[in-house]
Write a protein that binds this ligand. Sequence first.
Ligand code: ARG
Ligand code: GLU
Length: 681
Amino acid sequence: MIKRLVLGVLACLAISTTFADEGMWLPSLIKERIKEMRKMGFKLKAEDIYSADKASFKDAVVQFGGGCTGEFVSEQGLLLTNHHCGYGSIQKLSSVEHDYLTYGYWAKSMDEELPVPGLTVSLLVAMEDVTERLAAGEKREDIIAAASKGEGYRASIESIYYGNQQILYVYQTFRDVRLVGAPPSSIGKFGGDTDNWIWPRHTGDFSIFRVYADSNNQPADYSKENVPYRPKRHFKISTKGVQEGDFTMIYGFPGNTQEYVISDAVDYVANMSNPMKIELRTQRLETISEAQAKDPAVRIAYAAKHASIANGWKKWQGESLGLERLHTIDKKQSYEADFAAWAADKPQYASLLDSMRAAYKNVTPGYFMRELFNESIGAIEAYSFARGILTAYKMTNIDNIVDYRKRVLKDYNINIDRTIARQMIAEFLKRMPKEQIPEALTTGIKVCGSIKDYVDSLYNNTKILGTETMVYEELPSDPMIQFAKMFTPIVSSNSRYTYRNISNVPAIEKWYRTYMQALREWDSERAFYPDANFTLRVAYGTICGYENADGEYHTPLTTLDGIIAKDNPEIYDYDIPQELRDIYKNKDYGRWSINKNGKRTVPVCFLASNHTSGGNSGSPVINGKGELVGINFDRTWRSTMSDIEFDPTICRNISVDIRYVLFVVDRIGHAEYLLKEVGVK
Ligand code: ARG
Ligand code: GLU
């Protein structure tokens, strides 16, 4: 046992130093990586991962909803993703009588699967590098229009390497997607925001859906007549489990990385953007948490909002610490100095870095103001609602606005929002350059005497936040609408800066096009992969622990024993279902039992060294034989800087072990028919 463990650790560390775990590769180019993947333990061929004409794993991976990944696990369109990805859908289907968020949901047959209005799932049908076609004069719109023919087809051209290459993606979108199963939040969200981004982890972060299609296996609106979609390919599940050192591959839709940016961009993130966002969100979170602690109804109403505000807040703190620990700015500066020395006698590159630095200087104030505005005034719920009305007002009628109000006010607490409005207006006034502050705001505050009184007058006199009838004609003079209107000039000038990252603002990005070409010439040994942009990517690595602090090694596998150790009925995030306690007490694990250090337990989560990012939530984790062994859902806090610099010694993604998923389906959900469907019983 001990010998085996030591071997495992050595194997995983040895591998991570010899091979690069860094990288999110284009599936269509995975053949360039396959040799290395096979050395690390992958047993299949590149065509199994991606093939332009044969069924491959790419046909088993989907983009789930707006920003997550999911995977097919049966020939009947059964789909796995994370609980936090299904959260909005589960919430939508829940009511006081049927609280699926709290208690979970298990369809006992296909008839009980619940359609989720608005939920879609997209499959990648084809991808093609169209750089040359565009260069040859073909029009973007024509290429897109030609590729979009087909039921539910949607095409887009995404640029990679800052516009150096253009890739056409064709998707087929399915719009009849039904909820099949979800664990109670006490399993699916176990550990809540406290454990979020943290290892050791014990979250059963999964939910189960099914995609439906018409009788021709094509996308269709919801209908009773629809039948389960038959995917070209689905993942076979392995219940053999994983060991430290094992190969793993992640196939999914990572959203946003910026690995090639120069030090100026890192400086912006670490020293301007992150600190501002963290400070403002700290205040909002304190306000929300305080109200939640006083009232259980508020805790529920603000659970999702709290989770999403806290998610970025915590991630950015980890990212800033990571960038500091890695000395990313210093390292980039010396890399740039070496580059500049090489470029000095090349006219096309000699002044490139200077041009880039000048562009950052020009763009930074505007880009920062946009971020500041979004995190301050934009974070006031009543403001966003009023802005929404302003947009809707021009083209629609009061009924739509009344409907909109119902949705906004469903989980709204005016006292929380009022406090946040005071805090955020104060921050806006403090941080925004004087000339950017609307005069009407300054005057309003002056007339009322203080920010507090000004905010009170807004909230006490507006008619959009209560139950009173809204009169269409009166909306323009409503105080909250007036408040929102003050910021219209800022909002429209901000639109010039609405890009994924500061480096994607055209005035900067244009230089990166040349810079990337130069890097490929100069740093020719480097393995380049395009930054994440919500398109399908492959990452590979190994099951691997890491040294969290000097002398403190974090092993990569957690178990039910860790859940029981955290279990505490007094703490909402750690209060597990009684059923799980009973199962533990009776050691009633059945086929899900494993032996850890001589004790029987159940596997829960594992770590691996795959390069992942936001959007990879729900991604399949695949073993060397191409079988599904887990579902990705997070990274460790100390590895969140991997969106800018990936450090193989410490960057780890966190997945839920598929055996824990099956254990919960079996023992908590009692949904045996699903086990049969995925071929494990
Ligand atoms: N950190 C993960 C991700 O970035 C999970 C977020 C959801 N969970 C939570 N407790 N907020 O999406
Ligand atoms: N939880 C993240 C998600 O949505 C994945 C974690 C990460 O950022 O690595 O997409």
